[in-house]
Design a binder for this molecule. Structure first.
Ligand SMILES: Nc1ncnc2c1ncn2[C@@H]1O[C@H](COP(=O)(O)OP(=O)(O)O)[C@@H](O)[C@H]1O
Ligand SMILES: [Mg+2]
Length: 349
């Protein structure tokens, strides 16, 4: 072997042991001739390359789909691609399997890729669309029902006709709210918080939110007390408005008649701390584990306030994360809840 070939081999070996894809070569008896460390890890966290070389690959997996695929490639020589769950850690691995010849001997090349994240993302997308379709169905079915009743002239009198029309308008509003939340989530998913921002004063924005929510608060005779420090911040105004609006709207929606809400906005180092405390229904232990999930609504919440997509808090969390912050809560059933959002948005002079 010339010095040059030896050097090339060393370089290839170094590259193969460091790439984020698995490479395995099997000889014609399906014994491991070559394996890089990434492939070894995909099979087992406890074993290293040395444990595999010279051993039959089937000693390391019981996955029948993979075994059959390798057998078929070995017998028929046609390439195969498959996705399997390989290890105990439930990593999803994509295998590309090819037969080739080396010095007249049949060999098999396996290329492995960890596709766990891609598969999870695709599952989440599917679930997202299924959930969205489900959420949209309820108001649409209701709108169609009342529209058909009106169309068939079933309403007894003008009062009932009005009642049906009002229900249609209400459900249409609900539908629009759901669609707006879904659009906002997809906008946030691809937004860049670090460049999309301006400098502004927080106080006027908070009072803007107050104006938005006052009609609903009045309907339930809820007292809203706002305490806001005069803070200059650098952020996207719309996102901030949306996050605070969602927290205060929840505090009203899930509050009792004649309840109270306290909003406190203060600064803490580079952070702005926004606390929204209500005297509402509180959150059950089961719901506490899920309230930040997209589309989740607790059974109590559905009874208390039928409309809503269950996207508000996931929007709040997205925005808090986007500003290197957090959102947390304390709650007691039938007593109330207190949500605290921290955002790293204070303007530094
Ligand atoms: N202030 C609150 N008091 C009681 N429950 C709340 C409060 N805020 C949120 N929740 C619970 O968290 C769930 C998710 O909230 P959110 O994502 O804003 O969706 P939505 O308000 O559309 O139901 C609500 O359905 C409710 O169960
Ligand atoms: Mg909400």
């Amino acid at each position: 072997m010339t010095e040059n070939t030896a050097m090339k081999e060393e370089i290839f070996e170094f590259a193969f042991q460091n790439i984020q894809e698995g490479v395995i070569v099997l000889d014609d008896t399906l014994k491991v001739f070559y394996i890089n460390s990434f492939a070894a890890k995909l099979f087992s966290n406890e074993l290293s390359v040395e444990n595999f070389v010279g051993e039959n690959l089937y000693n390391f997996t019981k996955n029948q789909v993979l075994i059959n695929a390798i057998d078929t490639v070995a017998k028929e020589g046609k390439d195969a691609s498959l996705v399997v769950e390989l290890s105990k850690e439930m990593l999803t691995t994509r295998f590309d399997i090819k037969k080739f010849q080396q010095n007249g001997d049949d060999m098999i090349l396996l290329l492995l890729k960890d596709v766990t994240k891609e598969v999870e993302a695709s599952k989440m997308r599917q679930e997202f669309f299924a959930n969205m379709a489900h959420k949209l169905k309820t108001p649409i079915t209701s709108i169609r029902g009342f529209a058909e009743l009106l169309d068939a002239g079933i309403a007894k009198d003008e009062t009932q006709r009005r009642d049906f029309s009002k229900k249609i308008v209400k459900e249409t509003k609900n539908l629009t709210d759901i669609i707006n939340d879904v659009l906002m989530i997809s906008k946030l998913d691809c937004s860049d918080y670090s460049c999309d921002k301006t400098e502004f004063s927080l106080k006027p924005l908070i009072y803007n939110v107050e104006n938005n929510v006052l009609p609903l608060a009045k309907e339930k005779n809820i007292k809203l007390v706002i305490n806001c420090e005069d803070i200059k911040v650098v952020a996207n105004q719309n996102y901030l408005l949306l996050a605070i609006d969602n927290l205060i709207f929840n505090a009203i929606k899930y509050n009792k008649e004649n309840g109270n809400i306290k909003v406190d906005v203060s600064s803490m180092g580079n952070y702005v701390k926004i606390v929204v405390e209500d005297s509402g229904i509180g959150i059950s232990p089961e719901a506490q584990l899920r309230i930040f999930e997209r589309f989740y609504r607790s059974p109590e919440a559905k009874l208390y306030y039928p409309g809503g997509a269950g996207l508000g808090l996931s929007i709040v969390k997205h925005i808090a994360n986007g500003y290197n912050g957090s959102v947390s809560f304390e709650t007691e059933q039938n007593k109330g809840s207190k949500f605290t959002m921290l955002l790293s948005i204070k303007k530094i002079d």
